[in-house]
Design a protein around this ligand. Structure first.
Ligand code: MIG
Length: 758
């Protein structure tokens, strides 16, 4: 009944019963690990051992009524990951389900949400971390009671992987080696993005874009929400956009990209091309009676592509022509849980209730149920490439993943050689290969400003690095102060987009007058300034799967205090962000992990493993740099591709550093063929100054950074330091009290290119 297989030194696979998935996304390649990690059978149960020490043991499993679960015990374990979840980071004591669900009311205990990633990391101070990936596309559950916990799925068996650390990062690295990592996104997708439901006409969208440029607010993307379509018919342009191509061109000439929303529901309407061509290949999901399943979404009665089939994905990809012909740059996949607000069957049920003369309370109750979508499931039937039928309950969690695969295909067809940008609401393990995600319909609440951190960090630990939340909040009205604080935080989120719901007050940067705009603009500009640092974080995430936005416990998993830090995060290895998440607050307490931390604002040094009261007036966000690191910046820009040449700045915080910075063309796939630059800079301090070592590990792209300016932020002497670069003395000078040197990046790169690259 129970099968234990060793995949490699660090990964074991356990199989109970006969699990059956419509697709398998796992790819186990050999990972190197010098570890003594074993999963051993013990009286038909298993134990997980590291260096002879028991990390966990199974205490039983069961397979009954189409549900399989396994129970384990590991003393003192805390649990992180689980994809997209509300609540705090540490899920010890929490019960969760994995069923992709659209519920726009994000209360702290809301579960499940849009994205399901049946993966978690168990860790406790002083012990190696390990990951559990339940490889099941079925609805699953995780009951993390405490030392004892169980998980399983609605299936006649489960298969799961146990992934060794010892560090949390190691677990994430190995897990993402199995389910995939994100490719490099187009560089513009790291810029600031503006959206609302909806910029419904070309004029409206253009007005927003022009205002951005007039006011000097950097911005890369304008989003078109559902009202750009003709009656919500997907892959059409409505009356507001009579000449989509010229509209997109106008935006392009100002340096903007356009991202359009795409919903999976296809209006069931004769004569409508998408419906007709889909019908021809029997592209739509079925209901029990073999007819196409019909559900109500924005366009009214809709049918839903069965993305489980390759030919359907191909057909769907080709529908994007209408958008890409007009010059659209990115696709925003919404409602792809899929969200179905009503069905004919429900209408019948409600009618029956009304006939029975029940009061309208019954109706209301039904409607509520409809939005919570308790009753999707086996009304929908899928068919795979071999003609095999699958119940919706086994496909639902991967529906958006499959849709994203189809969307990626659209990019391959219509934008060959270019990177794709897809933003998805729902998802499953591995969604990062195809899509960025945002956390859906949050609200303009201070509580959500705070909880978005845990939600995004949980996603990061689950392999999804390109994440963010609607800045300013989706539902309800943002206050000026909330927009400021949210933008301050948003500038450090991997995905940085301001978006709000229909009917809510405007929350573009200028919506609350000049004073607010000034501060909001300052942080959007900071985002662009930090582009070289951020982009390098994206590169690392692409290479290793390690998240860009990280919980502090990843920095020191032996410090239990960090397990409950939900309102601070790190960006990459060197930046720690502590946003203010309460109204009228001018300070907050900040716990800093071991080591020394330097406040970016005033260079004050704080010793870690302490709590501090940190001042933060409305126009400031506390940001700390880890001592002995280098932060890369660049010149101001209006949008990412705004100029052809830039200066790269490296700011040294502390006395030494070892840092890398990555650069590529930001739009093609040529980085996969080695067309990129990777510079390595190390700095040491000596009695009279600094010795710098500069090396181009890779210099195969012409590059936009021409000049390099190194600033020694922590130099406290009145005299200029003596600075040597690769042994050669350079001229240093003071600027704003900080000693600096300049050098020509291209010149130094060609002379220092590592020999193996030549
Ligand atoms: O039923 O397209 O989460 O971002 O603005 C709501 C309209 C549908 C939900 C998305 C939101 C988007 C909205 N959509």
């Amino acid at each position: 009944m129970q099968k234990i297989q060793r995949i490699n030194d660090a990964i074991f696979r356990i199989t109970l019963g006969n699990p059956l998935n419509p697709i398998d996304i796992v790819n186990t390649t050999d990972v190197e690990c010098k570890c003594d990690f074993r999963v051993v059978e013990n009286k038909s149960l298993f134990s997980i051992l590291s260096n002879g020490e028991e990390l966990a043991k199974e205490i039983g499993f069961s397979i009954e009524n189409g549900k399989t679960s396994v129970r384990l015990i590991s003393s003192g374990a805390h649990f992180f990951g689980f994809g997209e979840k509300m609540g705090f980071l540490d899920k010890r004591g929490v019960h969760m389900k994995m069923v992709n669900t659209d519920n726009p009311l994000h209360t702290p205990d809301l579960d499940p949400m849009y994205i399901s990633i049946p993966f978690f990391i168990a860790v406790s101070p002083g012990k190696p971390a390990m990951g559990f990936y339940l490889n099941s596309t079925a609805f699953s559950f995780f009951d993390m009671d405490g030392d004892t916990y169980s998980f399983g799925a609605q299936d006649n068996g489960i298969e799961f992987y146990i992934i060794y650390g010892p560090s949390v990062s190691d677990v994430v690295k190995r897990f993402t080696s199995m389910v995939g990592r994100m490719p490099m996104p187009p560089a513009w997708a790291i810029g600031y993005q503006q959206s609302r439901w909806s910029y419904a006409t070309a004029d409206q969208a253009l007005k927003i874009a022009r205002k951005m440029r007039e006011d000097g607010i950097p911005c890369d993307v304008i989003y078109l929400d559902i009202d750009y379509m003709d009656g919500y018919r997907v892959f059409t342009w409505g009356d507001g956009f009579t000449n989509p191509k010229s509209f997109v061109n106008k935006l392009k000439s100002m340096g903007f990209k356009v991202v359009t929303i795409v919903d999976p529901g296809v209006k069931k309407e004769n004569g409508y091309d998408v419906f007709e061509t889909g019908k021809k290949i029997k592209a739509f999901c079925k209901s029990e009676d073999e007819e196409d399943f019909v559900g109500y979404v924005w366009p009214g009665r809709c049918v839903f592509p069965d993305f489980l089939r390759a030919d359907v994905r191909e057909w769907w990809a080709r529908q994007h022509k209408v958008l890409f012909d007009a010059g659209v740059d990115g696709i925003w996949n919404d409602m792809n849980e899929p969200s179905v607000v009503w069905t004919d069957k429900k209408t019948e049920e409600v009618k029956a209730l009304l006939n029975e003369n029940e009061v309208s309370f019954a109706l209301l109750d039904r409607m509520k149920g409809a939005f919570v979508q308790k009753d999707y499931g086996d009304e929908i039937i899928h068919t795979d490439d071999h003609g095999e039928k699958w119940p919706h309950s086994k496909v639902r969690n991967v529906y958006a993943l499959l849709e994203s695969i189809a969307t990626l295909k659209a990019f391959e067809i219509y934008k060959p050689g270019k990177r794709h940008f897809v933003l998805s609401r729902a998802g499953f393990a591995g969604i990062q290969k195809y899509s960025a995600v945002w956390t859906g319909d949050n609200s303009s609440w201070w509580e959500h400003l705070e909880s978005e951190m845990s939600t995004s960090m949980g996603l990061g630990l689950s392999g999804v690095c390109f994440t963010g939340s609607d800045v300013g909040g989706f539902g309800g009205n943002a206050t000026p102060e909330l927009l400021i604080r949210w933008t301050e935080m948003g500038a450090f989120l991997p995905f940085f987009r301001n978006h709000t719901a229909i009917g809510t007050d405007s929350q573009e940067p200028w919506a609350f007058g000049e004073e607010v705009e000034k501060i909001v603009k300052r942080y959007i500009k900071l985002r662009y300034e930090l582009f070289p640092y951020m982009y390098t974080c994206f590169y690392d995430a692409h290479k290793t799967g390690i998240p860009i936005m990280r919980p502090l416990l990843m920095y020191d998993q032996d410090d239990l205090n960090l397990y409950s830090v939900n309102d601070e995060f790190m960006v990459g290895d060197s930046i720690l962000v502590a946003p203010v998440v309460r109204p009228n607050a001018t300070w907050r307490s900040v716990y800093l992990p071991q080591g020394k931390w330097i406040d970016m604002r005033d260079m004050r040094i704080y010793k870690g493993k302490h709590v501090y009261k940190i001042m933060a007036p409305l126009d400031e966000i506390p940001v700390f740099v880890k001592e002995n690191s280098m932060i890369f910046r660049t010149d101001p820009m209006n949008y990412i591709f705004d100029r052809e040449s830039l200066t790269l700045y490296g700011d040294l915080y502390g006395q030494k550093a070892f840092a890398k910075v990555y650069e590529d063309d930001g739009e093609t796939l040529e980085y996969n063929d080695g067309k990129y630059n990777l510079y390595e800079i190390s700095v040491e301090t000596n009695s009279d100054g600094y010795s710098v070592n500069f090396k181009a590990l890779k210099h195969d792209y012409s590059g936009r950074y021409k000049k390099f300016t190194l600033s020694f932020m922590s130099w406290e002497n009145m005299n200029l330091p003596v600075v040597k670069v690769n042994g050669k003395v350079m001229k240093s000078y003071f600027a704003q009290g900080t000693p600096r040197i300049n050098f020509d990046l291209k010149e130094w790169s060609s002379s220092t290119k590592s020999t193996d690259e030549r």
